[in-house]
Design a protein around this ligand. Structure first.
Ligand SMILES: Cc1cc2nc3c(=O)[nH]c(=O)nc-3n(C[C@H](O)[C@H](O)[C@H](O)COP(=O)(O)OP(=O)(O)OC[C@H]3O[C@@H](n4cnc5c(N)ncnc54)[C@H](O)[C@@H]3O)c2cc1C
Length: 499
């Protein structure tokens, strides 16, 4: 199974003296800040990709940057792997513990330190929930734009580490476009201050490098986020289509027309039915696909753009176009979309969420091919995704209790990601590589590019103790996976061992 770590990696880290480390950590953490009982460790055995599980050796729960620093320095001194964890909602196994590691939970660094309405920024600790930032900024007429569907639970630190996206990111940008500064602690215990209030900082853009670094380069202990004024008006439209491909064509046509919606999301029939049964969003359950489009801004602009979007959807073949009549109906439209993942629990005991991106214009053909792959692998796939960004989230439905179904789900997931790469896209839009997509990195990148990633990792963490076995494959792994780039028939790195 993909979730398992490479035994050669285990061998790189010497077995450490757990008692000595425990004694050292107890001197730097509060009395309840270190967990070692098996039942307490069990809570941290996986993230949102629950098919992959492994136990940490210890869980550290620091409350301050200084305590984070002490934990990292102790692990470095004793050669112990460390895995940072925010809220554990990640979907790529990024916070999956390396067996026996110290799991460094940032959940107790959860204070909103300052909101500056004039500078339109908020300074927060990494364990603050995404939604809590907009709730705190609301009284100032401000909000934090990146809004993952998990925003009620996921942490800002985890958002930065994954460069999280969300419905509003089409218009307002991803996490990387909405943060101003970071405080990061390296494995050596150095505290870095990256970015600042100025629009651009001199030197290499380490703020951007740290964003999306998946806990491999350092531990984020403070984040300054940019806040935006709440839009004066927001209205939503729902368009229903009898064919999924027509919905895909409408998406490409809306963007080509120059409209930039605040959200442009698509759901196919399986997702529509699940969401409707789950929360009664008012979706047409006979549609093959629906598009949800939100426009925000000044009232007159919103009205004219809505009319344009409605016309484009009808021209693309929409059988029904509905404007939310009031704020309550707009909220209902979005409640169905935000509930689509949990709603899958009504359809199958387990689901596996894939996260690839493709150029928008390729949506119809890629969705058709996913439907064919679903049939050939014998597992249903529901599609609910950020259509405006071309960011697909096929949800593969399976039952882990049935022999071989998880393996089949993994095989289908890999085939979908490789389809995204062939279509000119990428193997992850927002959920990160983590443990899950490490093989597909070999498909996406050349050995030279993977080497460059490894060199950056080594510059921050030469020991490889921070989140080992994630995001950057070794070239030997790529060789075994059989997915190395072949240049003019010449196999690269022919000297590497293949199994
Ligand atoms: C129902 C559901 C819907 C989702 N919808 C979206 C969506 O719309 N958009 C989206 O982008 N994602 C989505 N996700 C995925 C997930 O919520 C995001 O990836 C989120 O950013 C993870 O945050 P977290 O706090 O849970 O991080 P975790 O899962 O705890 O960790 C994620 C990664 O970040 C690292 N990390 C965490 N905190 C730190 C830190 N302080 N310093 C350094 N590294 C750190 C971890 O080591 C790990 O590699 C969804 C997940 C679920 C379950």
């Amino acid at each position: 199974m993909l979730g398992e770590f490479d035994p050669r990696l285990d061998a790189r880290f010497d077995a450490y003296d757990r008692e000595t480390l425990t004694a050292r950590l107890r001197t730097v953490l509060p009395a309840d800040g270190l967990l070692s009982a098996p039942e307490a460790l069990r809570v941290y055995e996986c993230d949102g990709l629950a098919a992959y599980r492994s136990l940490p050796g210890l869980v550290a729960l620091p409350r301050t940057t200084e305590e984070v620093r002490e934990v990292l320095m102790a692990c470095k001194a004793m050669g112990v792997p460390v895995v940072a964890r925010g809220a554990g909602t990640g979907l790529s196994g990024g916070a999956l513990p390396f067996p026996g590691c110290v799991l460094l939970s940032l959940s107790r660094l959860a204070a909103i330190l300052a909101i500056d309405p004039d500078a339109r920024t908020a300074r927060v600790q990494p364990g603050v929930r995404n939604l809590a930032v907009s709730e705190a900024a609301g009284p100032f007429g401000l909000f934090y734009a990146p809004d993952p569907s998990s925003q009620a639970a996921c942490s800002i630190g985890g958002n930065v580490a994954e460069n999280a996206g969300g419905v509003h990111c089409l218009k307002y940008g991803l996490t990387v476009n909405n943060i101003a500064a970071l405080e990061v602690v390296t494995l050596d215990g150095e505290i870095l201050h990256l970015g600042g209030e100025a629009l651009d900082a001199p030197g290499f853009d380490l703020l951007a490098l740290m964003t999306g670094s998946e806990g491999l380069l350092g531990v984020i202990t403070e984040v300054t986020v940019r806040l935006l004024p709440q839009p004066a008006h927001a209205r939503a439209l729902l368009a229903a289509f009898a064919a999924v491909g027509d919905g895909g064509r409408a998406v490409a046509a809306i963007i080509a027309d120059g409209v930039i919606p605040a959200g442009l999301e698509m759901m196919d029939n399986l997702a529509i039915v699940a969401a409707e049964q789950y929360c009664g969003a008012g979706y047409p359950t006979d549609a093959a696909a629906i598009l949800l489009c939100e426009l925000d801004g000044e009232e007159a602009d919103v009205a004219s753009e809505l009319a344009r979007v409605a016309d484009i959807c009808r021209a693309a073949g929409a059988s029904d176009v509905r404007l939310a009549r009031d704020e309550a109906e707009r909220q209902r439209f979005w409640a169905g979309r935000k509930a689509a993942f949990p709603a899958m629990g009504r359809m199958a005991p387990d689901y596996y969420c894939i996260d690839g991106t493709i150029p928008r214009a390729r949506l119809p053909e890629v969705l058709d091919e996913i439907a064919r792959l679903s049939i050939s692998h014998g597992l249903p796939v529901a599609n609910v995704f950020h259509a405006g960004d071309g960011n697909l989230h096929p949800l593969i439905l399976y039952d882990a209790r049935r022999e071989g179904e998880l393996d089949r789900a993994e095989g289908l997931g890999g085939a979908i990601l490789e389809l995204c790469v062939r279509a000119g896209g990428t193997i992850t839009g927002e959920h990160g590589v983590g443990r899950e997509k490490i093989n597909q990195m070999c498909v996406q990148f050349s050995p030279q590019e993977i080497d460059a990633f490894a060199a950056i990792k080594a510059a921050f963490d030469p020991t490889g103790l921070l989140n080992p076995g994630k995001a950057i494959p070794t070239l030997a792994r790529c060789a075994e996976f059989g997915a190395m780039h072949v240049h003019r028939g010449a196999v690269a790195f022919a000297h590497l061992d293949r199994l």
